[in-house]
Write a protein that binds this ligand. Sequence first.
Ligand code: NAD
Length: 329
Amino acid sequence: MTSTENNGLLIISEEVCAEVVSRKDAFDAVEAVFGAMARGDAYNFPVIREAIGYADALYGFKSGFDKFGKALGVKSGGFWPGNMDKGLTNHQSTIFLFDPDTGRLQALVGGNYLTAVRTAASSSVSIAHLARKDAKVLGMVGAGHQSTFQVRAAVEQRDIEKVVAWNPHPDMLPRLGAVVEELGLEFEAVTQEELGAQADVIITITSAFEPLMMADWIKPGTHIACMGTDTKGKMEIDENLFARSTVFTDEVAQSISIGEAQHAIASGLIAEDDIIPIGAAINGDHPGRTSENEITIFDGTGVGLQDLAVASVAARVAQKKGLATQVAL
Ligand code: NAD
């Protein structure tokens, strides 16, 4: 799909998104847009997220413009905690793509699968650029909806042999374990301290509001991707770890306000200038990891441009394969 074509409105269902956007597609799209952000070619607009006072729901918008990739649009949706009982995922979203040359609505794209695959691509990009090359053990803190997408993407970046996992609700671990075993890897449910001792790469993907991993449990050389904290007040790791780590993020403005770094910033343990956009490492403007003993943190806050990047792939491929529903506007 190019910005000048007029094909009416394309509608891309959840099922079609899952069929046409692979993990590799998502990785490439997210890596490219992080690079564009660091070059100043792509911008995220301020996030709106509100409790609507109905169904305990949080609803909001994530929006942006990628001048380089020509993606303009918004992801609208949020979190409905009662959905699980209705057989639906709690996170619900839709991505709207607009023609940047005319403002015309181009596509409505289901956002649920794409959110999971783009969030997994984000930690996966961080692992590709920041984890030690010899990383063998992945530690998973979290076992909810996103966790299986995270594992599948992460193990493709290094020669991972084993996944160790801990979750505040242990009954959720067998579902994650089954996916790990399906991937042909060893799985072990462990304590948090044991997870820190074994893991070379850690992903945190929970809804926690207090630290689940303490600084002293993280061994030298670990890469830790903090993916769960995307709202003010949420927290997954001990803020003291920031003072002894090199800190990267998708978007500095979000990292200091709604990301994992918000607490270390508020305590004065690090300053905004200490946080490096991962796009700088992708573009070669920052060396990334500089020693085998360095601890690297990736604060993956989740930006609208990631959603637009993968939705653009979905719209383009679905249209090409005749899988998009087309409506005259
Ligand atoms: P989920 O509801 O399926 O799973 C929730 C996870 O958090 C489980 O591991 C659960 O045991 C744990 N948990 C629940 N309540 C907790 C609490 N009070 N304290 C500690 N842990 C708790 O959710 P999900 O879809 O897997 O999403 C996990 C997190 O990732 C959410 O916080 C979500 O907002 C966030 N998320 C971030 C991005 C991003 O781009 N960074 C994208 C999507 C989701």
